[in-house]
Design a protein around this ligand. Structure first.
Ligand SMILES: NC(=O)c1ccc[n+]([C@@H]2O[C@H](COP(=O)([O-])OP(=O)(O)OC[C@H]3O[C@@H](n4cnc5c(N)ncnc54)[C@H](OP(=O)(O)O)[C@@H]3O)[C@@H](O)[C@H]2O)c1
Length: 326
């Protein structure tokens, strides 16, 4: 699979990556999640499923993996897979995140699934937890869902600590992920934060899809300025495949001889500023179907049809917040 350098970092990434948000814990917000993992929601079953999806990703050449402290046992499952398959850093690049703590205790019906706290104390605690599981395998450490309100952009002690982790070589790059209607404001403010005379954040992971493409122009700018760009939620949490908007995607996919998920991921891959587009596959079948995105060629009619699906930013994120954990 084609590799790229992630922005101006030394990290080598493949165009398609795999995120483990839907695999590390029994509950998640993607539309069909409960059905995807039914029958394998105990720890052993989910670890087996995660390893199978990782094996399928490796088979097709995926070389970028995305986890987070808050994805249940995702870091542990990734760690056991890297060891069992003896996978070295030249094969896969790993990004993780700190800032959300998993609180669901392996329950799908938990009242609160994760709690955000972007303080230095949480960074220290979670980095120690991550290091215990993944040792020296973390290439990119990201602030999880940074927002203006979370305070991270003004938390000089935590920002200094991130710069120090990179300077010491504990991680090779530092990034942030975005969420919510304020993605643009957060990225604009993050782009000008500096340490030691250079921009602190090497990379950004952001939501971009046919329903919510509003960040595109700013992601283009960030990419031109040397930031690495990782696209998440390219299928709008499954809404482009299973939701009310799926019919338009399906008819274009059928016309182009591909699947709706591959078309939606291919749409993101076609953005010149997108270095990595994450698959969020919860099953081996989904992963195999997603990979077809690499050979999708969108014509003008497909770009126009997908472009017509864009929603007002606030409406999109209201619906995103209302998704149920299943
Ligand atoms: N704030 C953050 O930092 C943040 C937030 C979100 C995600 N992420 C990262 O981005 C990754 C990808 O995002 P995401 O999974 O949340 O959203 P996504 O890519 O928009 O959606 C992935 C979902 O689409 C559905 N899907 C995929 N292929 C399919 C197929 N062939 N047929 C039917 N359904 C299919 C599956 O959901 P269902 O089967 O359940 O419908 C799958 O879980 C995550 O794993 C995570 O690593 C980061």
């Amino acid at each position: 699979m084609e590799r790229r350098r992630l922005g101006r970092t030394t990290l080598s990434v493949t165009r398609l990556g795999l995120g483990l948000a839907a695999l590390g814990r029994p509950g998640y917000v993607n539309l069909g999640h409960g059905d995807d993992v039914r029958g394998s929601t105990d720890v052993v079953g989910l670890e087996r499923r995660t390893h199978a999806v990782l094996d399928a990703a490796l088979d097709v050449g995926i070389g970028y993996l995305d986890v987070a402290r808050s994805y249940g046992r995702a870091e542990a499952f990734l760690s056991s897979w890297l060891a069992a398959r003896d996978i070295g850093p030249e094969v896969v690049t790993v990004g993780t995140k700190w800032g959300y703590t998993y609180t669901a205790d392996w329950r799908v019906d938990a009242d609160v699934h994760e709690v955000k706290d972007h303080s230095l104390a949480t960074l220290r605690r979670q980095w120690a937890e991550t290091r215990a599981l993944l040792g020296g395998r973390v290439d990119l450490l990201q602030v999880h869902s940074a927002t203006v309100e979370s305070g991270i952009l003004e938390a000089d002690d935590a920002l200094d600590a991130l710069a120090a982790l990179r300077a010491s070589g504990d991680v090779r790059a530092v990034g942030l992920t975005l969420s919510g209607a304020g993605q643009a404001t957060t990225l604009q403010r993050a782009m000008v934060i500096e340490r030691d005379g250079h921009r602190l954040f090497d990379a950004v992971q952001a939501t971009w899809n046919a329903l919510e493409p509003s960040l595109g122009p700013l992601l283009r700018e960030a990419h031109a300025a040397g930031m690495g760009i990782i696209v998440k939620e390219a299928l709008a949490n499954g809404r482009l495949v299973r939701g009310p908007e799926a019919a338009a995607v399906a008819s274009e996919a059928q016309r182009l001889g591909t699947s709706p998920d591959a078309l939606a991921l291919g749409h993101a891959l076609a953005q010149p500023w997108a270095d990595v587009v994450l698959s969020g596959a919860a099953t081996v079948e989904q992963l195999r179907s997603n990979v077809d995105a690499l050979r999708v060629v969108l014509d003008e009619a497909a770009v126009a049809a997908l472009g017509a699906l864009a929603q007002p930013v606030d409406a999109y994120w209201r619906q995103r917040r209302a998704l149920a954990w299943t």
